[in-house]
Design a protein around this ligand. Structure first.
Ligand code: PGA
Length: 251
């Protein structure tokens, strides 16, 4: 099974020229891989030019954020039909940084349903802000999942990607341990199966938070994940190439 590697460029780079250079390097690295599907989530303003200029099949596109309403008086917003029209087939939902800007569990629920209605793949991010030692993070993740998936039909659950990306692992020196991720993956799958029955086993789980070429192999081997949501290592062509090469060597 192919790993899914989502390149979340966040608010980078500063110009289209640099975005094109980064994309070209990403494309070259992606074309050499057999074991990964690469999804590039550039700033929305660069999306159309990058996607229309790309003829290959190795890379898919995502938006980092989109509103659940399809149109209307929403200054500054971006709709999913607009994203789809610019060739995004995935949409990031509930990223910890967006939650920090006010995105709620209920927004995540509406966006997940809106993406599926358009046949886009929702990449739903869950995770606690900080970790205490009393297991509270499991309760937080369960509550986030229950609300996020409340409007998903059982037949559609296999189209949803869940990314576990706790805030305390984003932009840090190191990723969390594969062992801890493994426990969380089991918990997420159990929660989804409790909600959807057998169909819940088809859920795809990614890990995000300080992923790079050094920690990805152990996480893929022992963390029970299908792939990664990658921030910093995705905006550095050398690092992203190294990450894809690492994944190539494990299988
Ligand atoms: P990071 O960001 O890889 O720089 O930690 C990950 C993310 O926030 O998607």
């Amino acid at each position: 099974m192919k790993s899914i590697v989502v390149a979340n460029w966040k608010m980078n780079p500063a110009s289209y020229k640099e975005a094109k250079q980064l994309f070209d390097a990403t494309r070259k690295a992606a074309e050499k891989t057999k074991n990964s599907s690469v999804v590039v989530a550039p700033p929305a303003i660069f999306l159309r030019a990058l996607s229309l200029g790309y003829q290959g099949k190795k890379i898919s596109f995502a938006v980092q954020h989109a509103h659940f309403d399809t149109r209307g008086a929403r200054t500054g917003e971006l709709s999913m039909p607009q994203a789809k029209d610019a060739k995004a087939s995935y949409v990031l939902i509930g990223h910890a940084e967006r939650r920090g800007m006010g995105e709620t569990d209920d927004d995540v629920r509406k966006k997940t349903a809106a993406a599926l209605a358009l046949k886009m793949v929702p990449i739903v991010c869950v995770g606690e802000k900080a970790r205490a030692h009393d297991g509270e993070h499991f309760d937080i993740v369960r509550a986030q999942l229950r609300t996020a998936l409340a409007d998903v039909a059982p037949a559609k659950i296999g189209s949803v990607i869940i990314t576990y990306e706790p805030l305390w692992t984003i932009g840090k020196e190191a990723a969390m341990s594969p062992h801890e991720m493994h426990q969380m993956a089991i918990f997420i799958r159990k929660t989804v199966v409790d909600l959807f029955g057998e169909a819940g086993h088809s859920i795809k789980i990614l890990y995000g938070g300080s992923v790079d070429g050094k920690n990805a192999a152990a996480m893929l081997r022992d963390g029970d994940v299908r792939g990664f949501l990658v921030g910093r290592a995705s905006i550095n062509a050398v690092e992203f190439t190294a990450l894809l090469q690492t994944i190539e060597q494990i299988k």
